[in-house]
Design a protein around this ligand. Structure first.
Ligand code: ZN
Ligand code: ZN
Length: 337
């Protein structure tokens, strides 16, 4: 099979010919149709984060395809099912986090396209209980970004405790942000979107944002405070400065949710204002299997729109460069068919 492989953190990915993997116990073999490009894949390929993946690595954790074969003892899915292979490739099922329905916090988890090979390939193996079922009628090109960008922002809106009277500020309108705007709007909130590209702000308005702020032109903190301050802010930009702006844009009692993982891992927040303002700061990482099922349900019912462009797997290095430049409208998806 063809696969895009990272051999060196300082070199481009190479297109390699690899044997089709064998599904082990409890696993399924998936013939991939589509595979989304998440910013995490670029961090994985560059070794940007404190915990680095072991090389060689096939990145990708927004894979969607058809179950071709079941390994021994694989249950819950059948040959021919369309499934998604998300970031949470496997969790132990027995730790306190798994038992409390927070399998995304499992300390024993395996992560697709990071600690195990992922979906920039024609085939991948995945743990049967951790694949997402893609409902009939959901386009595989839409299903791929929903497997990470969708579930991650859907969960962030839940973690932010968004209510219908809330003003929700979404910092960063890319692959994640364009979905965050929609989930916050579905929850009934008034949404203000912040970005530095006018076309992305126009997209945010199309998708339900009532207000937009171009942070290159206007101070987003002032603009959002003029609206009364945000009840919740969701930080999705891949640099620390918007995190600080998101904090200062909150009203008293506001909740700030960290989602993006900038390479630069430090942020300083004022203790005094946090205490007196009763501010909550929370981190939110991807979403559970239940969250993913809900994301697909909303999309099947026509309540969300995925903005994406397709590329071929051979274009992987150019695609990385495009995303790095911020030149893509929302999400890139490799069409592997
Ligand atoms: Zn991702
Ligand atoms: Zn666990």
């Amino acid at each position: 099979m063809r696969a895009a492989v990272v051999h060196d953190f300082d070199k481009p990915l190479s297109l390699d010919e690899r044997p089709v993997p064998e599904p082990g116990a409890g696993q399924v073999l998936v013939r991939l149709e589509t595979s989304g490009l998440c910013h995490t894949d670029m961090h994985a390929a560059h070794g940007d984060w404190p915990v680095k993946p072991t090389l060689p690595l096939i990145p990708g954790h927004e894979g969607v395809g058809i179950v071709e074969r079941l390994g021994p003892d694989a249950t819950g899915v059948s040959e021919g099912d369309r499934v998604a292979i998300p970031w949470l490739g496997w969790a132990c099922g027995t730790c306190e986090h798994c038992l409390s329905g927070w399998e995304t916090l499992c300390p024993n988890q395996r992560n697709t396209g990071y600690s195990v090979d992922g979906c920039y390939a024609e085939y991948a193996v995945a743990s049967a209980p951790f694949v997402g079922r893609v409902p009939d009628g959901v386009d595989p090109l839409d299903a791929a970004p929903l497997a990470c960008a969708g579930v991650t922002t859907y969960k962030a809106v839940k973690v932010a405790g968004v209510r219908p009277t809330d003003l929700v500020a979404v910092f960063g309108v890319g692959g994640l942000g364009h979905l965050a705007v929609q989930y916050a709007a579905i929850a009934g909130a008034t949404v203000v979107a912040v970005d530095v590209h006018d076309e992305k702000l126009a997209l945010a308005r199309d998708l339900g944002a009532s207000h937009t702020v171009n942070a290159r032109v206007v101070d987003p903190v002032e603009a959002i405070q003029q609206l009364g301050g945000a009840d919740a802010a969701i930080a999705l930009a891949a640099e620390p400065e918007p995190f600080a702006q998101a904090f200062r844009s909150l009203r008293r009692g506001g909740r700030l949710v960290f989602v993006a993982l900038p390479k630069d891992n430090e942020l300083s927040l004022p203790i005094f204002e946090t205490v007196l303002g009763g501010i909550t700061v929370a981190g939110s990482i991807v979403g559970t299997r239940l969250d993913l099922a809900e994301v697909y349900e909303l999309h099947r019912d026509g309540r969300t729109r995925v903005v994406r462009e397709t590329r071929r797997l051979e274009q992987v290095n150019d695609a990385f460069a495009e995303v790095e430049k911020g030149a893509v409208p929302a999400r890139l998806v490799f069409d592997l068919r």
